[in-house]
Design a protein around this ligand. Sequence first.
Ligand SMILES: O=C(CO)[C@H](O)[C@H](O)COP(=O)(O)O
Length: 223
Amino acid sequence: MTARNTLIAPSILASDFSRLGEEVETVAKAGADWIHLDVMDGHFVPNITFGPPIIKAIRDRTDKVFDCHLMITPADPYLAAFADAGCDIITVHAEAGPHLHRSLQTIRNLGRKAGVSLNPSTPESVIEYVLDELDLVLLMTVNPGFGGQAFIPSVVEKVRRIKAMIGDRPIDIEIDGGVSPANAGALTAAGANVLVAGSAVFKGEGEGAYAKNIAAIRDAANG
Ligand SMILES: O=C(CO)[C@H](O)[C@H](O)COP(=O)(O)O
């Protein structure tokens, strides 16, 4: 069996927002590989979170990769602001439109890595003609908008299909929604190499608890 080296990206959506900077530092020290930032607009998804000023305010709390998941439409008018705020990876939704190829090119032209996210019901065929513009595919295993939802297992088959579709291209496959030690192994066996986790990481008190939670997901993923 090939050794896996899964990256864990805690979603700060599940953190204590009243101590956001501290939470980012704590989870980084606890072993997070990336920091996942869920940006919601109350339009593309039925919830509102935060935008570039908040991301900028926490950017100097860690040098970990800032992995920004935009659940907003339109996204294009805001891409430069998210790049300026310090996001290293910027992911837009295929369903958010209107011109996915243009959005991905814009992100790369800003010097950032470009990702596309697919909702659970969106078929993998939507990325067939943008594979060469992509650094990351983010597959939602819940309907986007809220943390703490139940994992949708039918997406595991989509992970397998996307892994086959991308072939040798250096494209990360990231999973988001209801990720826990119970499903991490199946996801990485299917081809995922980055796992986002919110409620499975931000539980218990502080660095020790978060480190234990991250290690449990990582062990299950790499097992
Ligand atoms: O994008 C998201 C919701 O739209 C969150 O990142 C995701 O749900 C993670 O939270 P949890 O691990 O608690 O499911």
